[in-house]
Design a protein around this ligand. Structure first.
Ligand code: SAH
Ligand code: DHB
Ligand code: MG
Length: 235
C-alpha cells in the first residue's frame, strides 16, 4: 500500500531539494521502455545514497543489484575523478539497459556493470583484489542478502558503511512466522548482523512513493584495541 500522502510528500520534497537531472529522467524512461520493473530507489533515496557516499569521501563503491543503473548513477555522481563503482547484475537485459543509461550519464569510466550471479562475481572481485570499499549497497535478490552482507563485510574498510535496501517489507520483518522467502531472508540478515561484533548497525523504517519499507545502515568498526599485536603475541 502507498498512502497518497507519502507519495505527495516525496514529490513535494523532491521538487524542493533535488536538482533536475536529465540523465536520471532518461534512465527511468529507458527502464520503462525496456519493460524493467519500476523498483529502483526513489529520487530522495538516491540522494541519500549520494550524500552518504560523499560523507564517506568514497572512491570505491560496490552495488549488488543494478536493475537499470538508476541507483548506480546517483552513487557514481558522488565519486571523485578516478573513483570506481562496480555494480552486479544477473539479468543480461537489465545489465544492457543499465550500461546504456550509465553511458548517457557520462559515467562509463566510473561505473562498471558486471553481468552474472552476484555470488559468483563477488569471489571473483575478491581474487582481483577489488576493495576495500568505502560503501556497499545491497539491493538484489532478498533471500541471499545475509550472504551478500558477509561479502560486503569482507570487502569494506574500517569506517566504511553497508546499506541494505528493502529490509522492513511493510512491517513483515517483525513476523517471525512469515513464510515469504524475502522476509525470511531479511530476518536471517538481521540475526547475522545482530550477532556480528565487527559492525554497528541500525534499521530505519521509511514511507514514501515506494510504500512502507526500510533500510539497514551498518558501520564497519575498527578491530578491538590490542588486536593488532595479537598475531605477534601468539607466536
Ligand atoms: N539498485 C537498483 C534496483 C535493483 S532491483 C536501483 O535502485 O536502481 C534488483 C536487481 O537485482 C534486479 O535487476 C535483479 O535482476 C537483480 N538480481 C536478482 N538476483 C540477482 C543475483 N543473484 N545476482 C545479481 N543480481 C541479481
Ligand atoms: C522489489 C525490489 C526492490 O529492490 C525494491 O526496492 C522494491 C521492490 C521487488 O522485487 O519487488
Ligand atoms: Mg531495493
Amino acid at each position: 500500500m502507498v498512502d497518497e500522502r507519502w507519495a505527495e510528500v516525496d514529490r513535494y520534497a523532491s521538487d524542493l531539494l533535488l536538482l533536475p537531472d536529465a540523465s536520471l529522467d532518461a534512465a527511468v524512461a529507458a527502464m520503462d521502455a525496456g519493460g524493467l520493473p519500476p523498483i529502483q530507489v526513489s529520487p530522495l533515496q538516491g540522494a541519500f545514497l549520494q550524500i552518504l557516499a560523499r560523507a564517506l569521501r568514497a572512491t570505491k563503491v560496490l552495488e549488488i543489484g543494478t536493475l537499470g543503473g538508476y541507483s548506480a548513477i546517483w552513487l557514481g555522481r558522488a565519486l571523485p575523478h578516478g573513483g570506481r563503482l562496480v555494480t552486479l547484475e544477473v539479468n543480461s537485459h537489465h545489465a544492457e539497459v543499465a550500461r546504456s543509461n550509465v553511458d548517457r550519464a557520462g559515467l562509463s569510466s566510473v561505473v562498471e556493470v558486471r553481468l552474472g550471479p552476484a555470488l559468483e562475481s563477488l569471489p571473483r572481485l575478491e581474487r582481483e583484489g577489488f576493495g576495500p570499499c568505502d560503501l556497499v549497497f545491497i539491493d538484489a535478490d532478498k533471500p541471499n542478502t545475509a550472504a551478500y552482507f558477509d561479502w560486503a563485510l569482507k570487502l569494506t574498510r574500517t569506517g566504511g558503511m553497508i546499506v541494505v535496501d528493502n529490509v522492513v517489507r511493510q512491517g513483515q520483518l517483525a513476523d517471525e512466522g512469515s513464510v515469504d522467502p524475502n522476509v525470511q531472508g531479511m530476518r536471517r540478515l538481521m540475526d547475522r548482523v545482530g550477532a556480528e561484533p565487527r559492525v554497528r548497525a541500525t534499521l530505519i523504517q521509511t514511507v514514501g512513493s515506494k510504500g512502507y519499507d526500510g533500510f539497514s545502515l551498518i558501520e564497519v568498526l575498527p578491530p578491538p584495541d590490542g588486536s593488532a599485536d595479537r598475531s605477534s603475541q601468539s607466536l
